[in-house]
Design a protein around this ligand. Structure first.
Ligand SMILES: [Zn+2]
Length: 501
């Protein structure tokens, strides 16, 4: 359990950095087409041919990741050749750090050819191999950033097609237009991407124009296909019901599709790139690691709503983005029948309370202040755990003050209605005002003490209002149902566990 938990913070924190690259709107279009070849004889060699109408004379690879090499992602690139339309070879000057200048290429249509050697497993990766590229007996995985050489900043409708061994298929994060053929909306969609090519299996769930595609590799993982499907359906339907619709991106960004790639390996890991999730899962792992895998998927998936549809003004709002996402993750898993009451309260203690109460800023620093800037990685407990308990207490408070007629769900829905598809962002002050509105009770004292302030969130006091006996014993959060709970308290508990719907 302990070992498995250690991987979570890296994964969950990655999301914050991913958010930043979703940014500028893309307006104009210029053509680019990529063809990717993988052969049966040497699946560890990716051959790329791209035809690009150049904006300027520079080629580059993604700036995200591979910081450990001076050459960045170009460490794995071989034999880059560039030709103009008349098949004349153009001179390529290596500028270092995965950037090249092509002499006389500006405003011309050029063809570039290069190879990517899948050697990534021989190196150390701070976020794990799952954010780079790897091979399995059943196929190969690449992130877009690991193999794409690009040009310009504004580009739309970029085509990517694959030439692969017979019997293989490609599951990619881009919009699929034909078997093994895709289109990326823009350069961000092109490179903040991932694909798996091989003999794996896939299934997809479609709801109202949004596709959730699963790619499953390894026979033990494939054997659990129906379990993954029911998990995905249960969680997705809960979120759509809760929020009142599918995730909707700010203008200029699109997420109509999210891919979840799961491969088996002995060590559990996970990475989020764009709105896509890559997970490495140990099918022989214990019950705890299975729960954590479900939690990671459900947490990252909810960020499409809380994080990308409802967008925070600054990282100081991460208590809401991360903490409230984790709260709804637990509720979604409980609602979908993936975890029972005991597991719910077990995770509340083992993962969240332990990390919260052992955070070095506990009782000394504000969960908002520690999320400002670079120190946030050191305060997972305060931000994720503290934020979850703020969400839980506020949910209970709204339910208690409205005879369980209103809840935090109403707040989520109202933010979905007013923020989705816009470039508006919320602040902690907005949340305080909304929670005051929905509970009908001034929340400024609560915010002053526990969100802006440094006092520990009064968790046991909150839980007691949901008909629970809650106490802290020897540093453990102990929770059990109280026999004499009132009807309202029982109703609040129902809402706390699975929501109203
Ligand atoms: Zn997160």
């Amino acid at each position: 359990m302990k070992k498995a938990i250690l991987y979570i913070p890296c994964l969950l924190l990655i999301f914050g950095t991913v958010q930043a690259v979703f940014g500028t709107a893309v307006a104009k279009s210029s053509a680019a087409t990529y063809r990717v070849n993988i052969s049966k004889d040497n699946p560890r060699l990716l051959k790329v041919t791209a035809e690009i109408a150049m904006n300027d004379d520079e080629l580059y690879m993604s700036r995200n990741g591979a910081q450990q090499f001076p050459n960045r992602w170009a460490k794995f690139v071989r034999n880059l050749r560039v030709e103009d339309k008349r098949l004349r070879r153009l001179k390529v000057i290596d500028l270092g750090a995965a950037r090249w200048k092509v002499e006389g290429a500006a405003k011309k249509v050029i063809t570039i050819r290069y190879e990517v050697v899948l050697d990534h497993e021989k190196h150390k990766w701070s976020g794990g191999i799952d954010g780079a590229a790897f091979a399995k007996d059943w196929g190969v995985f690449y992130t877009g950033r690991s193999f794409l050489i690009m040009n310009g900043q504004d580009r739309e409708d970029i085509k990517i097609s694959f030439d692969i061994p017979a019997g293989w298929k490609v599951s990619g994060s881009w919009s699929q237009t034909k078997p093994n053929g895709f289109v990326a909306d823009n350069l961000n969609d092109l490179s903040e991407s991932m694909f798996f090519a091989g003999t794996h299996e896939e299934f997809s769930i479609n709801r109202g124009g949004f596709e959730l595609l699963f790619a499953l590799g390894g026979k033990e993982i494939v054997a659990q296909k129906s379990k993954f499907r029911s998990l995905a359906q249960g969680v997705m339907d809960y979120y759509i019901d809760l929020m009142g619709g599918i995730p909707k991106s700010p203008p200029g960004n699109v997420f109509e599709k999210s891919i979840v790639i799961i491969n088996s390996d002995s060590k559990m890991d996970g990475e989020v790139i764009g709105s896509h999730i890559n997970m490495i899962f140990n099918p022989a792992g214990d019950e705890q690691s299975k729960i954590i895998s479900k939690f990671i998927f459900a947490h990252e998936f909810f960020h499409l709503w809380n994080g990308k549809t409802i967008v925070a003004e600054k990282t100081t709002e991460d208590w809401f983005k991360e903490g409230v996402t984790s709260y709804y993750t637990l509720k979604a898993l409980h609602h979908a029948g993936e975890i029972n009451d005991e597991t719910y309260f077990g995770v509340l203690n083992n993962l969240f309370y332990q990390r919260y109460s052992n955070d070095k800023g506990y009782g000394k620093q504000s969960m908002r202040d520690v999320a400002d800037g670079f120190s946030k990685g050191e305060h997972w407990g305060l931000i994720y755990g503290g934020g979850l308990f703020v969400g839980l207490c506020q949910d209970i408070s709204i339910r208690e003050n409205t005879s369980n007629k209103k809840s935090l769900d109403d707040l989520m829905r109202s933010y979905y209605r007013s923020y989705s598809g816009t470039s508006k962002s919320y602040s902690t002050a907005d949340m305080q005002a909304s929670m005051t509105k929905f509970s009908g009770k001034d929340q400024s004292g609560f915010y002053k003490d526990y969100v802006y302030g440094v006092l520990p969130v009064p968790i046991t006091n909150c839980l007691s209002k949901a008909g629970l006996d809650a106490s802290i014993e020897k540093g453990q959060l102990k929770v059990s149902a109280r026999d004499n709970a009132s009807a309202l308290e029982k109703a609040i508990l129902g809402g706390l566990l699975s929501g109203n719907n």
